[in-house]
Design a protein around this ligand. Structure first.
Ligand code: HEC
Length: 217
């Protein structure tokens, strides 16, 4: 699967159908059949690497998401939210690279798009002046501590045909690692509704992601 997806991308980007595959597989006949499968995959998925699901429809924890395209880190610390923010951590957000490339080309989130949001605690050094900040070598401020949660958004028009915008939302836990291996989609009112109401670009909060806005222009 992975190999085909890589070939598909190379095929679209470089237009080097046969030679691109031959380089990867090292055998011309295998390359030809891989190439035709790759074309089919490209037509149906727009070359976007899709999430992996269990037979019962739970999504598997994405692999390597910290190496995806990093788009931004909103922060809603407790000290600015009456001591009780729903998510008092940094929110590091990453888009799966083939979906990001598609967005750069078209300005649209393709079918198959995956966006991960990892929560990272605010570092504490017992000198927080009552506002959760810490004094570090570069100054007083908010610095990242530990990984404490992982969420995922997936757009899929066949799997989530009934969800608004075809987006489904998942959590692998709001706890330190290890996170859960799989997650079930939340009902639309738990997550999707707020994204539908307030996110600027097809359920995605691009207003908080300068990397996404730069790719849009
Ligand atoms: C009250 C509004 C609200 C609700 C409810 C909500 N979100 Fe979000 N979500 C946001 C905002 C605002 C962002 C932008 C980044 C940030 O502040 O963390 C975001 C960003 C995200 C992202 C990163 C991609 C994007 O669309 O910007 C994921 C993934 C995500 N949320 C998952 C979830 C999940 C899972 C749930 C349900 C358990 C959920 N959200 C419920 C407001 C909400």
């Amino acid at each position: 699967m992975k190999k085909i997806a890589t070939i598909t991308k190379a095929t679209i980007v470089a237009g080097l159908l046969i030679s691109g595959c031959a380089t990867i597989s090292g055998a011309a006949d295998t390359a030809t059949s891989s190439a035709s499968r790759a074309v089919t995959a490209a037509a149906s998925t727009q070359g976007v690497q899709e999430a992996s699901f269990t037979s019962t429809g739970a999504v598997r924890q994405p692999v390597g998401y910290r190496e995806w395209i990093y788009i931004g880190t909103p922060l809603t610390p407790n000290a600015l939210n009456g001591g009780a923010a729903a998510f008092p951590e940094f929110h590091n957000v990453y888009v799966e690279p083939t979906a990001f490339k598609h967005f750069e080309r078209t300005g649209e989130w393709a079918d198959g798009t995956q966006i991960a949001k990892e929560l990272v605690s605010v570092r504490s050094n017992n000198n927080d002046e009552g506002n959760g900040s810490s004094q570090e070598v570069s100054g007083r401020g908010y610095f990242m501590g530990e990984f404490v949660g992982l969420e995922l958004a997936v757009k899929d028009s066949s799997r989530y045909a009934d969800e608004p915008g075809n987006w489904a939302y998942f959590s692998f836990g709001h706890t330190p690692e290890p996170y859960a291996a799989t997650a079930e989609a939340f009902p639309a009112e738990s997550c999707n509704a707020c994204h539908a109401a307030s996110a600027e670009t097809d359920f995605v909060f691009s207003q908080f992601y300068p990397v996404v806005r730069a790719a849009q222009n």
